[in-house]
Design a protein around this ligand. Structure first.
Ligand SMILES: *[C@@H]1O[C@H](CO)[C@@H](O)[C@H](O)[C@H]1NC(C)=O
Length: 604
């Protein structure tokens, strides 16, 4: 077990141990001190969201997220009870501290009342301990001076909507405390009873579990509703897993409380916020504002990872510009002709720090409108005709136009496009009582496999890929090679041809029987003013690279609202995992046609 203690976690562990002392000391005074001092966090709530009872249904059903009234709004499922490293040491220390310093104090009549303010300020101290998070955010440069205006988000806060925060943790202890700090900030701004936090620990093998205890304690103290759940991996051996399926599985599990709250208590959230990596609270609020102003199905931040002393745009696996092309792996300081989005309009708007439309994104923190997605029955999914390398079966035969075996987010985006088109047609139907136009000419798209186009390049690439693979395997001595070390981790590397964009001319435009441009577009945007990063990154430098001095005219047009929306691209760069092998399994890429009309017909 000791191997799992990577060095960077040591200081975190020390911090967490100290934090647990404090939180625990504050957490249990009101409950039975004797029993709580023996086993940490023994709160046993009902795990399930309860339906409105008979009386509630007859009167006015309570749709609040009030944790005092509804205990089931705070629950923990599947606590990891494996033996912990240093677990005994921590427990002994806690018991000792409790028995000698806390218990006599709590039991004494004079000192018993513990001021809630006392508790809250302790949490503040606790979270600001962790370096740059809470402390640095307000000082970072942002365009349009938006960090300098305290009242910038008052309109969102006044609306009193409810928001759902979802986090999937897969061996990512190194940014969980930071994310918790952000959640506490958001709870303060939006109101404790206006947010719900869903944390899914997917088979983490590092110190995530301990930090999740801390999260539970802090959220309980603050009266924030939550469900924290730990689940085992989909396959026993992570190397036999198929990553896109795992992604879909984790995401859907993290959304379970959302659906339960809707079905059992008719509680509907205004937006779902997926936290990935670290994003400053103001940037999340701004992304929510952009989402609301555009009635957007999804708005993503941009993910920047440190790479040889530079910051590069990450998450190129899941992001596609409005022409279906991959983003560039640009540096944060890139020149205007080499910015992440390749399409002209997107690049121009990016350069002005304005939100721009994309075909798909996930990069970092992103905000989803559940009314346009989850509440309409869209959930995360992935391709299933992959090759399981652990079996002796032959690889499945796949046609050149079989669906792309890419990330579950890419599937989600395509589902959003098709859904948006279908909804618009249904609306027209309802108004006219007529039926939408129906063509029956089959799409006729040529599919170009990059590998087939240039055998020499292919050979060189294969050699490079082999070398890269060997390097990776050497590096994979760590306990959990699949850990969440940054969202570009699962992108196709340049050696494997990740930078080779199959040109769009290969699939001729206008071949579709009914062009995508006639359908109502899905509103998917990237907000370049919302950087997401990881611990250890120099946020001040990143902000300067991206936004310079940040002094831009306040009244920029299109600061929040995009006025012209494009239809879906007729083809996109499909980067797929055709086989099992965890997150870093080999990927190949091709350009694949995308016809909303065909997709709609498939649904019928
Ligand atoms: C692949 O096959 C192995 C062995 O049969 C099985 O344990 C594993 O779950 C399979 N993987 C997937 C993703 O289905």
């Amino acid at each position: 077990m000791a191997i799992s203690l990577r060095r960077r976690n040591l200081s975190r562990l020390a911090f967490v141990a100290a934090a647990l002392f404090l939180v625990r000391a504050l957490f249990f005074p009101s409950s039975d001190p004797a029993s709580s001092s023996r086993s940490f966090a023994t709160t046993t709530h009902t795990n399930q969201i309860e339906e409105h009872n008979f009386i509630e249904r007859a009167t006015r059903p309570d749709k609040s997220l009030n944790v005092q009234r509804h205990k089931f709004l705070q629950s923990r499922i599947g606590r990891d009870s494996r033996h912990e490293v240093l677990g005994d040491v921590i427990r002994n220390g806690i018991n000792d501290y409790w028995d000698r310093f806390q218990l006599p104090y709590i039991m004494s009549k004079d000192t018993a009342p513990m001021d809630a303010q006392h508790v809250l300020s302790a949490i503040d101290q606790l979270l600001s301990l962790n370096g740059w998070v809470a402390a640095l955010c307000p000082t970072l440069v942002r365009p349009f001076n938006q960090n300098k205006r305290e009242d910038a988000w008052d309109d969102i806060i006044r609306q009193d909507h409810i928001y759902y925060f979802a986090i999937v943790i897969h061996s990512a202890d190194h940014f969980l405390v930071d994310q918790l700090a952000v959640i506490v900030q958001m709870a303060k701004r939006l109101g404790n009873n206006n947010i719900f936090v869903s944390m899914l620990d997917y088979d983490s093998r590092d110190s995530t579990e301990t930090i999740v205890d801390l999260c539970e304690a802090v959220l309980t103290l603050l009266g924030v509703p939550f469900r924290i759940r730990r689940v085992p991996g989909m396959t026993e051996d992570p190397n036999t897993a198929y990553y896109p399926l795992e992604e879909a599985h984790m995401r859907n599990l993290a959304l379970e409380p959302l659906k339960e709250l809707q079905q059992k208590r008719q509680i509907k959230f205004h937006r779902v916020i997926w936290l990935k990596g670290f994003t400053c609270p103001n940037d999340i609020l701004e992304t929510i504002k952009i989402s609301l102003a555009n009635d957007a199905a999804m708005v993503c931040g941009m993910d920047w990872a440190e790479h040889n002393g530079f910051f590069i745009f990450s998450d190129r696996w899941r992001t596609r510009d409005i022409e279906g092309d991959q983003f560039r792996q640009s540096k944060s300081s890139s020149k205007p002709d080499a910015v992440p989005p390749r399409d002209k309009v997107g690049a121009a708007r990016y350069a002005q720090h304005l939100p721009f439309q994309v075909f798909c994104c996930e990069a970092g923190t992103h905000v989803v409108d559940p009314a346009q997605s989850y509440y309409k029955g869209i959930s995360y999914r992935a391709g299933t005709d992959f090759h399981n390398l652990s079996t002796t079966e032959e690889p499945p035969t796949r046609n050149p136009d079989s669906p792309c075996l890419d990330s579950s987010q890419a599937w989600f985006c395509r589902d959003l496009w098709v859904r948006s088109a279908r909804d618009a047609m249904d609306e027209v139907d309802r108004v006219n009582g007529g039926s939408p136009p129906r063509g029956n000419r089959k799409r006729d798209v040529e599919l170009i496999d990059v590998a087939q186009r240039d055998p020499l390049m292919d050979e060189a690439r294969a050699a490079n890929a082999e070398e890269a693979k060997q390097k990776r395997e050497a590096a994979a001595a760590a306990l959990d090679p699949d850990a969440n070390v940054g969202s570009d981790y699962d992108a196709m590397s340049d050696e494997e041809g990740g930078e080779v964009v199959p040109p769009a001319e290969d699939i001729e435009q206008g071949r579709l029987s009914i062009p995508n441009s006639v359908f109502r577009p899905a509103r998917i945007l990237v907000n370049p003013r919302c950087p997401t990063t990881y611990a250890g990154v120099s946020h001040t430098q990143l902000a300067l690279d991206l936004f310079g001095n940040g002094e831009t005219n306040e009244e920029v047009r299109g600061k929040y609202v995009l006025e012209d929306w494009e239809g879906a691209p007729e083809s996109f760069v499909c980067q797929e995992q055709r086989q099992t092998g965890g997150r870093k399994a080999t990927k190949t890429q091709r350009r694949l046609g995308f016809s909303i009309h065909d997709e709609l017909q498939r649904l019928q």
